[in-house]
Design a protein around this ligand. Structure first.
Ligand code: 13P
Length: 258
């Protein structure tokens, strides 16, 4: 295993926070703080209505902009949804799919996550697919089974070529927004399992070149330990991504790995 084959990636998931005006204010602070970072990719996934402002504000910087979801259909009668083509046209380059909050509150299933991921990948978007077990599933000792199944279904009909744009984010549901993160050993164990599943489906080369992130209360204090684990190639950051100082600490910790 060779971690240096993968460029670290830190993704901020702003969730339903920041108006367009506030988004620009946050980026105004963040952009100079991370300007020197060159070995780590940085993406901020902002609310749909902030995307245009964020793309405009980050033009020419080392921060890329992504959305937090995408619909599987190219167009049509899907009130409230957004297509991959719409995202591309306004300059979004990435998208999160299958976040546990989408699965829990908005009825998304492994199958709809797969359809959305495929639409995003067909359009050429970098696609951050989230997987993770609930506390009940962990307590029942089914974490590997649940996360393995989520990963396999999410990747159904995704081609080897498209894997270049796939990122898997392991986010244990019980660690999201709770201040309770997985231990480095727990996070590493599941990320290694995810990589082994990718290896079984796509082979060694692709598994060694796929970024696997950890998310769930990753913060300025615990990020270095997590990011130094052999199968954790970055982070998907919620709360701490809204604090430029903390987010910068995480980005720099990723940049210091290797
Ligand atoms: P927190 O970092 O706030 O726990 O959120 C994690 C998350 O859900 C990122 O997608």
């Amino acid at each position: 295993m060779n971690k240096s084959l993968r460029k670290p990636l830190i993704v901020g998931n702003w969730k339903m926070n920041k108006t367009p005006h506030e988004c620009v204010e946050l980026l105004d602070e963040l952009i100079p703080m991370v300007a020197e970072v060159d070995r780590t990719d940085i993406i901020v996934c902002v609310p749909y209505v902030d995307l245009c402002a964020a793309v405009e504000k980050t033009r020419g910087t080392n921060i890329k902009v992504g959305a937090q979801n995408v619909h599987s259909a190219p167009k049509g009668s899907f009130t409230g949804e957004i297509s991959a083509e719409m995202l591309l046209e306004i300059g979004a380059k990435s998208v999160i799919v299958g976040h546990s909050e989408r699965r829990t509150y908005f009825g998304e299933t492994n199958e709809t996550v797969n359809l959305r991921a495929r639409a995003a990948l067909d359009a050429g978007l970098k696609t951050i697919i989230c997987v993770g077990e609930t506390l009940a599933e962990r307590d029942a000792d089914t974490t590997e089974e649940v996360v393995g199944f989520q990963t396999k279904i999410a990747l159904q009909s995704v081609s080897a070529e498209q894997m270049a744009n796939v990122v898997i984010a392991y986010e244990p549901v019980w660690a999201i927004g709770t201040g309770r993160n997985a231990t480095t050993a727990q996070a590493q164990e599941v990320c290694a399992k995810i990589r082994s599943i990718i290896r079984k489906i796509y082979g060694e080369y692709i598994s060694e070149h796929t970024n696997i992130l950890y998310g769930g209360s990753m913060n300025a204090a615990n990020c270095a330990d997590l990011l130094n684990e052999p199968d954790i190639d970055g982070g998907l950051i919620g709360g701490a991504s809204l604090k430029p100082v903390d987010f910068t600490v995480i980005v720099k910790a990723a940049d210091d790995v290797n």
